[in-house]
Design a protein around this ligand. Structure first.
Ligand SMILES: Cc1cc2nc3c(=O)[nH]c(=O)nc-3n(C[C@H](O)[C@H](O)[C@H](O)COP(=O)(O)OP(=O)(O)OC[C@H]3O[C@@H](n4cnc5c(N)ncnc54)[C@H](O)[C@@H]3O)c2cc1C
Length: 385
């Protein structure tokens, strides 16, 4: 076990650190105020810096690196803005990995390279109005008719909804109940019968588009089927990698809040001295640091053990659950260090606190992670029905 970064990783991390501070930080207030998604010019800069498709094999336009390298990049970006690490998250941990792991050669060549160049984005469509945690209750139906599928149904809370060009949509391919009838197909924006609902107004994550996907007799070429019926386990296995990305969003937010609190505590004066000289404030900072470091190690373990493959359900669920809850606590403690200014929109802490609240729900709730952890630990699958 080695806790040192390689020379390449150190240089890469520093490059992302500077990019986040110099290029991203000045944009964050505008994203927050106007709720706008990042523009194409900035996305191109991600691509130029090799930040898209970090975990994707080189023959499909990626960097062919491990999940750990993508985590280093995400952490640096999410420290400044969780929105800013979105493109790395999507292109290294998102549904593109389902295509990369389980798609045909033709699908990989068609869908993956544009996502690594920043020309296209792929979102994941699992959740429905009546099926969230109980995902196997999903009712969106895809029926094969000749050379195409006809899709009917609705997906909810889809990150990137309306903005992304490609959607990996989990559908029911037959009358078979539960997970047995479920598969996944890529539906392209502009497909006949595919439309979007109104954009969500979330409490945080402003600048991250999200909306319903609506399929009304939507026509999808049969070549777009990536996971055939009965492949639900593959979809879930690929989701272990998504969990590491989600956990890193929490880690980055909390780290950013800790760094801000460290700086503020040395500048803010009370009773004639900087507040960092009060033991009460020191204990807050120390507790924040312990929590951030613990989450970081859990995420790194899940990623390093995965190498260039997929992480284990136990390690990825432990990392996600811990990091998600840690970020809520740490941003709340940072707000306390900032006093009244922490509660003001003039300072970044209240944004970080609101942003931290989204990740324990997205990507499987922390309750569902605990079910995964208990199941993996006890070597059993607990049917929730
Ligand atoms: C910011 C954000 C981004 C998202 N992005 C996407 C996306 O890109 N794609 C996508 O498909 N979905 C996305 N989602 C949806 C998300 O995956 C779901 O909201 C989540 O899975 C929970 O489903 P639900 O909202 O229907 O809640 P429910 O499943 O109705 O759960 C409600 C509550 O009951 C608890 N609960 C349910 N069943 C159990 C059980 N068996 N044991 C214990 N507790 C239980 C849950 O933990 C939760 O606290 C996103 C959500 C958010 C907030």
């Amino acid at each position: 076990m080695d806790f040192q970064l390689t020379e390449e990783q150190t240089i890469f991390k520093k490059m992302v650190h500077d990019f986040a501070d110099e290029r991203i930080a000045p944009l964050v207030d505008t994203w927050e105020r106007e709720g706008v998604a990042m523009d194409q010019k900035l996305i191109s800069e991600y691509a130029e810096r090799g930040l898209l498709g970090i975990t994707i094999p080189e023959q499909y336009g990626g960097a062919g690196l491990a999940a750990f390298d993508a985590i280093l990049a995400m952490e640096e970006l999410a420290r400044v803005s969780t929105i800013a690490s979105g493109p790395v998250f999507e292109s290294s941990f998102g549904p593109i990995r389902v295509v990369e792991q389980f798609g045909t050669e033709e699908q990989k060549r068609r869908f993956i390279p544009p996502c690594c160049k920043g020309e296209k984005f792929m979102s994941i469509g699992m959740t429905e109005p009546g099926a969230g945690s109980a995902l196997t209750d999903l009712t969106t139906r895809a029926v094969l008719e000749g050379d195409h599928y006809v899709v009917n149904g609705q997906k909810r809370f889809i990150s990137g909804g309306g903005h992304s060009d490609l959607y990996m949509v989990y559908v029911r391919l037959s009358e078979k109940k539960g997970h047995k009838g479920i598969g996944g197909l890529v539906i392209e924006k502009g497909a006949p019968g595919f439309s979007f609902g109104k954009q969500e107004e979330f409490m945080g994550l402003r600048g991250m588009p999200s909306c319903d996907l609506i399929f009304e007799d939507c026509i999808v070429p049969k070549e777009n089927l990536v996971i055939p019926e009965g492949g639900f386990a593959n979809l879930m296995q690929a989701f272990c990698v998504e969990r590491c990305g989600n956990a890193t969003q929490s880690l980055g937010i909390a780290w950013g809040a800790l760094e801000a609190a460290k700086k503020y505590s040395q500048e803010r004066v009370a009773f004639g001295k900087p507040i960092c000289e009060f033991q009460g404030v020191q204990f807050l900072l120390a507790d924040m640091a312990m929590k951030v470091e613990a989450a970081r190690l859990l995420i790194y373990r899940a990623a390093v053990n995965a190498g260039i493959g997929l992480p284990s359900i136990f390690e990825s669920s432990v990392a996600k659950c811990f990091a998600n809850e840690m970020a809520k606590e740490v941003t709340d403690m940072a707000l306390q260090v900032f006093g009244g200014y922490g509660y003001s929109k003039e300072y970044p802490i209240e944004r970080m606190l609101r942003d931290s609240r989204g990740w324990p729900v997205a990507g499987g709730t922390v309750q569902m992670q605990r079910i995964n952890i208990a199941g993996a630990m006890l070597g059993r699958r607990f049917n929730q029905r």
